[in-house]
Design a protein around this ligand. Structure first.
Ligand code: PDD
Length: 282
C-alpha cells in the first residue's frame, strides 16, 4: 500500500506524522471517506467540495487547490492499483507547539490512505440491521456544526459504543429536541406509505453524499421525498427504515429500540433503492 503524505508517497509502514500534529493532539482537522467502485472514484468532486467547506468552517488552510488535491486522490488510487477501495482523505492543522492555538501550526498535514473497508457483514445487508437511539445528543449551539466532517468523532464513537453495548449494530442520534438526526456514521431515511422521509441537515446531520445519491434515485424511481423532522415514534411506526453512508453504503434497518420495523425484514422500497444504487456504482 502507498500512502500520500504531504506531497510524497510513503509505504504504509513508513507513513508517519509527528506526535505534535494537532490532529493527533486535539482532533484539529477535517476528513473525507470516499469510495472507489471498479476504478471510478464515486462522487469525488462532491467529497472535495465538502472537505474544503469543512476546512473553511474551522479556519483551516489546505495547502493545495481543490483541483490539485483531487488529482492527488486519483493518483493515489491508481498507484495502489485498487479498483474497489475506500479512501480516507485527512487534513490536520499540522505540527505545532503544545497548546490549542491553531495559528501556531505552520502548515497542514495532508494524508490520503486507500484501503479496503467492511462496516457490516453481508448477513446484515441481507437480513437488516438492528439499531438503538442513544443518549448522545446533537446540539447545534456547539461551536462545531455537525455539517463539518471534522476529526472530532468522539461523539460518534461513544454513540457507536452505546449501540454495541445494547447489542445493536448502529446508533441513532437525536437532537436536543428529540428529533432523529442521523446515525453515528451514516444518514437515515424512513419510508411511510411509499413516501421517503429524511431529516433536514439543520437538525444536526452531515450532508451525506450517499444521502443525496438516494434522494436523486428516489426522484428517478418516482418516490416522493420529504426532508422534514421526525421522532422515534415515527421511526417505530415506519414501513421501512434505511441508513446511507460511504462506508455503510445503503443498509436496511429492521428493528429500532426493540420495535420491529414493518414486517421486520428489508422492505420493497429499500430493496428497490439499494438495487438502483448498486447499478449506479458498478
Ligand atoms: N462518514 N453522518 C456521519 C456522522 C458520517 O460520518 C457519515 C459518513 C455520514 C454519511 O455521509 P456520506 O454519505 O457522505 O459518506 C453521515 C463515514 C466516515 C464514511 O462512511 O465514510
Amino acid at each position: 500500500r502507498w500512502v500520500f503524505l504531504n506531497g510524497e508517497y510513503k509505504r504504509k509502514s513508513e507513513a508517519m506524522i509527528s506526535v505534535f500534529d494537532h490532529g493527533f493532539l486535539y482532533g484539529d482537522g477535517v476528513f473525507e471517506g470516499i469510495r472507489v467502485y471498479s476504478g471510478n472514484v464515486f462522487r469525488l468532486h462532491e467529497h472535495m467540495v465538502r472537505l474544503y467547506e469543512s476546512a473553511k468552517s474551522i479556519l483551516l488552510d489546505i495547502p493545495y487547490s481543490l483541483d490539485e488535491l483531487e488529482a492527488h486522490v486519483v493518483e493515489t488510487v491508481r498507484k495502489n492499483q485498487l479498483v474497489d477501495a475506500y479512501i480516507r482523505l485527512v487534513v490536520s492543522r499540522g505540527d505545532g507547539p503544545l497548546g490549542l492555538d491553531p495559528s501556531e501550526c505552520e502548515i497542514a498535514n495532508v494524508v490520503i490512505i486507500v484501503d479496503k473497508i467492511r462496516l457490516y457483514s453481508q448477513e446484515l445487508y441481507d437480513k437488516g440491521l438492528t439499531v438503538v437511539t442513544v443518549p448522545t445528543r446533537r446540539n447545534i449551539p456547539d461551536a462545531l456544526n455537525p455539517r463539518v466532517k471534522s476529526l472530532n468523532y468522539l461523539n460518534n464513537i461513544l454513540a457507536k459504543s452505546e449501540a454495541k453495548q445494547a447489542g445493536a449494530g448502529e446508533a441513532i442520534i437525536l437532537s436536543s429536541d428529540g428529533y432523529v438526526t442521523e446515525g453515528s456514521s451514516d444518514n437515515i431515511f424512513m419510508v411511510k406509505d411509499n413516501v421517503l422521509y429524511t431529516p433536514p441537515c439543520y437538525l444536526g446531520a452531515l450532508k451525506g453524499i450517499t444521502r443525496q445519491t438516494i434522494i436523486d434515485i428516489a426522484g428517478e424511481l418516482g418516490y416522493p421525498l420529504k426532508e422534514e423532522p421526525f421522532t422515534r415514534h415515527d421511526l417505530f411506526n415506519a414501513d421501512e427504515v434505511l441508513l446511507t453512508g460511504t462506508g455503510a453504503e445503503v443498509i436496511s434497518v429492521v428493528q429500532v429500540d426493540g420495535r420491529s420495523v414493518g414486517k421486520g425484514v428489508p422492505g420493497p422500497v429499500s430493496k428497490d433503492l439499494i438495487s438502483q444504487f448498486r447499478k449506479l456504482v458498478t
